[in-house]
Structures are given as C-alpha cells and as structure tokens.
Design a protein around this ligand. Structure first.
Ligand code: FRU
Length: 424
C-alpha cells in the first residue's frame, strides 16, 4: 500500500499535511475561536423552504459584489413539508427533524436579493426543473463576470455521480428587485480521477464537490479549489509518521484512522473562460485526521493565502476530535506549504453546549463569516431542539499572521457587499 506522500512524489508540489499532532491542539470553547451562542429564538428566512449552504455573489478575486445596489446570495434550498403525510410522526405532528435531515437528497439552487445586505427576499430557483443533469444541485460559487451582469455559477451535480459543472446566466435588476435569467445549459467540467482524487468506485462515501474558482493574485492564473478525498480504495491509506506528526508519547496509536482521507483539491484552467480544467494534486490532505474538508475557499490578505474549509465532529478520525465549524491554514504562496492557523487549524467552532448550532461557514475577505443555523437546543438537557434551515448571525474575525480572533457579531445573514457594480 502506498502512502499518501508517495502518491504525489513526482508532482509539481507536495500537498501540505494537516497532521494528527496539529489536530490534538484543537480545543472547543476557546472564546477566541468559538462562535457566540445562537439563541433558540432566531428568526426564520422562510416558512416554505429550508436553506443551508450560502454562496454570496462575488467577483473572481473573491470580493463580495452587489449589482446596481442589490446584494445577491445563492443558497442550497429544499421545500419544507409541514403538511406532507410522509413527514408526520406517530402522533400526527410534523417531524421537522426528519424533513431537515432528508434535505440533501432534494437540494436545489435558489437565490435571494437585498438592498441592505440582510432581510433577504426570495428570488426563486436559479435553474428551471430539468436543466441540471442530476437530482441534487450541491454547493459551488456564483461569479459575476462583467458589467453586462453575466454570471458563471459553478456547482456540483450529484446523484448519479458527482460532477463539477458550470452554468452561465445573467443578473437583471430593476428598482424593485433582482431576477436571474439564462442558466439553461449546464456544462460538465470534471469528475474525480481515481489517481489523485478518490472515486465512488473506490469508496461509496467519497466526497468530490464544492468548486470555488479564483484568480491567483500573484501569478494571475485561473484556478479552482474543491473538496475531495485522497485517491485509493477505502481502507488502503497509510497513516504514517508524516500524517501523525510530532505527537507526545502514548499518542502513536492511529486506530482505524486510515478511513478518514479528506483533501482540499485544486485545478488550473487551460483557458481564460474556465471551460477546460486540469486537476492538480491536492493543496492539503487530512489522511488519518478527518474525512471531510468541505467548501474550501481563500482569503488573500497581507500577501498571504488563507485557506478555509468546513468540517464536522463526526468526520474526525479515531483519537482526534474538534467542533463543527471552519478551519484554516496559511501559506506564503499558492502551493504552500500550509500551516494550520492557531496551531490547530480551528478558526470558528460551535460551542460544546450547542454543537450543531451552525455550519457551512464562509469567511469573506472583510473578515465577516456567514453560516446557517442547523439546530439549537431549547432545553437544558439538549434533548429538545429547534431546527434552523435559515441564516445564522454573522461573526467578525480578525486574521493576524498565523492567528485568528473572534471580534464581533452582527445580524442574522448579514452579508454586506465589498464593491458595487453598475450594470451597463
Ligand atoms: C456542506 C455540504 C456541502 C455539499 C452540501 C450538500 O454543508 O455538505 O459540502 O455541497 O452541503 O447539501
């Protein structure tokens, strides 16, 4: 069995490793890296739909962009079924927890608009039924391309398979609101190759999704981050010295951690339009540490590359743990080496008293972090919960060198624009 480091031996860059030793430094409830408690009294964006992953419209450099003064966000969205007999429990009451847990299977891309960067109004579905080639429309990134309002939406077409795709449309504004037009032709870009990135055939629990295209501020080329797992049959990965890192005596046992093989993938565009991509070896691997590094994204600040990715408690490997939340790594150049922020990687985690309060954090270049509310306990024992499916309060963090600090909290779903584009 080959080790993960050997696998990328002849490639232009070596993936950086998030090691078990790094992860041992993760501590929940450090106030500088913990999201403030979300009250169970939160307002809900819509009684008709659940929303979760939120994707603010931005330019290719990562700046959150409004158009003609309108902010626009895209969200993964699913209908709520309060009156559907399928979602009633034995007592005839709406089983909102089951409805919420089933949402991934019917996720669709919707959009919302706002004059204030909050108080979002529902615009509707981005693509008409039948346009997207698979059942599930999973996360990605909408990019405003120009002053004509053209938008490339990169996202993941899932079930059957998992393909990174894009669809082009246009944003149209009036004084009353925003509509999205076009978005009629979905172009498949690439799938996991089984050599660098694990395929479904290698592991039924594989992850390959969440494209985040960007222009490298230093070399000016077009790249894309995505979530993957390191290629290889499930169970064949080796958690060796490099993956373990410098652990104290008594921490050498890796248990069954070979089943956790997350990585942050990267691809480079062969053309200026981003229609033709070549996958490169991962920027970061977490073999023996964690099985999911989802929705990877960058903040470019002070000449450095701040790489953020979301992860869960339940996806950690044997012998390591941490809260649901966003983790981060920093490097001086795109291909690394990347060092975990705050020593551990943890940037903003849920408090242990409310471990599922929020998820799917997106760190924006202005230091604001948006996420959605998953579930919040409504009693002291944590047995009663209220399902969210709505925007969480935005959190402000300060990024300083290799450290981050929670410094502010804002309104629910506050996603202010960093620049405004006047459409021609
Ligand atoms: C994160 C996530 C994404 C995926 C989507 C599926 O919350 O797991 O990685 O695209 O949700 O619903």
């Amino acid at each position: 069995m080959k080790s993960t480091t050997a696998k990328f031996g002849k490639t232009p860059h070596q993936p950086s490793l998030w090691t078990r030793a790094d992860a041992l430094k993760v501590h929940a409830d450090d106030p500088t890296t913990t999201q403030p408690l979300v009250s169970a009294n939160f307002p809900v964006l819509s009684d008709e739909v659940f929303i979760w992953d939120t994707m603010p419209l931005r330019d290719i450099d990562g700046n959150i962009t409004s158009v003609d003064g309108w902010s626009v966000i895209f969200t993964l969205t699913a209908d709520r079924h309060p009156n559907d007999p399928q979602y009633l429990d034995q007592n005839g009451n709406y089983d909102v927890i089951r409805d919420w847990n089933d949402r991934h299977g019917r996720a669709k891309m919707y959009y919302w608009f706002s004059r204030t960067g909050k108080d979002w109004k529902l615009g509707g579905r981005v693509m008409a039924e039948g346009v997207s080639p698979t059942v599930r429309e999973w996360a990605g990134t909408p990019i405003l391309l120009n002053e004509q309002g053209e938008v490339d939406l990169y996202y993941t077409a899932v079930t059957p398979g998992a393909t990174i795709v894009k669809v082009r449309g246009r944003v149209v504004t009036t004084e009353h609101g925003v509509s999205l037009v076009g978005f009629e032709k979905v172009k498949p870009l690439f799938e996991a190759d089984g050599k660098m990135y694990q395929t479904e055939a290698q592991n039924a629990f594989w992850g390959f999704r969440d494209p985040w295209p960007f222009r490298d501020p230093k070399d000016g080329k077009l790249y894309m981050l995505f979530e993957g797992n390191v290629a290889g049959e499930r169970g064949s990965h080796k958690v060796g010295k490099a993956e373990i890192g410098d652990v104290p005596p008594g921490y050498e046992d890796v248990g069954n951690s070979r089943f956790q093989t997350a990585c942050v993938g990267i691809a480079v565009a062969r053309d200026e339009d981003g229609d033709d991509w070549e996958m490169l070896p991962p920027l970061l691997t977490a073999v023996g540490v964690n099985d999911q590094t989802e929705r990877p994204h960058f903040v470019f600040q002070d000449g450095k590359y701040y790489l953020f990715t979301i992860s869960h408690t339940f996806t950690y490997a044997d012998g390591v743990t941490g809260p649901d939340g966003v983790y981060g790594f920093v490097a001086d150049s795109l291909f690394g080496p990347y060092v975990p922020l705050n020593g551990s990687g943890l940037v903003l985690g849920n408090p242990s008293s409310q471990p599922f309060q929020t998820y799917s954090h997106c760190v924006m270049p202005n230091g604001l972090v948006t996420s959605f509310i998953d579930s919040v306990p409504t009693d002291d024992t944590g047995t009663q919960i209220r399902i969210g499916g709505t925007e969480a309060p935005t959190v402000g963090i300060k990024i300083k060198g290799q450290q981050t600090f929670v410094v502010a909290e804002y309104d629910y779903g506050y996603i202010p624009p960093m620049l405004d584009v006047t459409l021609k």
